[in-house]
Write a new protein. Structure first.
Length: 101
């Protein structure tokens, strides 16, 4: 097989961090879609093909790269997701409390 005729993608180039973009969180390069967002969809039961279709502009390699990044750096993303969940629950409780007489 002649490798010079193929385009080789370096996996490490698929996930980037840019200060000032999405709080410096890891994103699929060139898209602004965070790894956290892809992991969230994955946790809701969507498979990589469904996630790629959901976003439309992501390909399967990008989704798999985001999931691989997550599994290699799980603590960071899990911490971010836990904070988001706590914030959501707090806001939901505050909204519910405001509805009560």
């Amino acid at each position: 097989m002649d490798m010079s005729a193929e385009t080789v993608v370096e996996i490490g180039s698929l996930i980037t961090r840019t200060p000032g973009l999405k709080g410096g969180r890891p994103c699929v390069a060139g898209t602004g879609v965070t790894v956290k967002r892809i992991v969230g969809w994955h946790r809701m039961g969507k498979d990589p093909e469904e996630i790629a279709a959901q976003f439309g502009h992501l390909n399967l390699a990008q989704v798999h790269a985001a999931l691989a990044w997550y599994y290699a750096n799980r603590e960071e993303i899990d911490s971010d997701l836990n904070i988001e969940t706590r914030d959501y629950e707090r806001l939901a409780q505050e909204a519910e409390a405001e509805k009560r007489p």
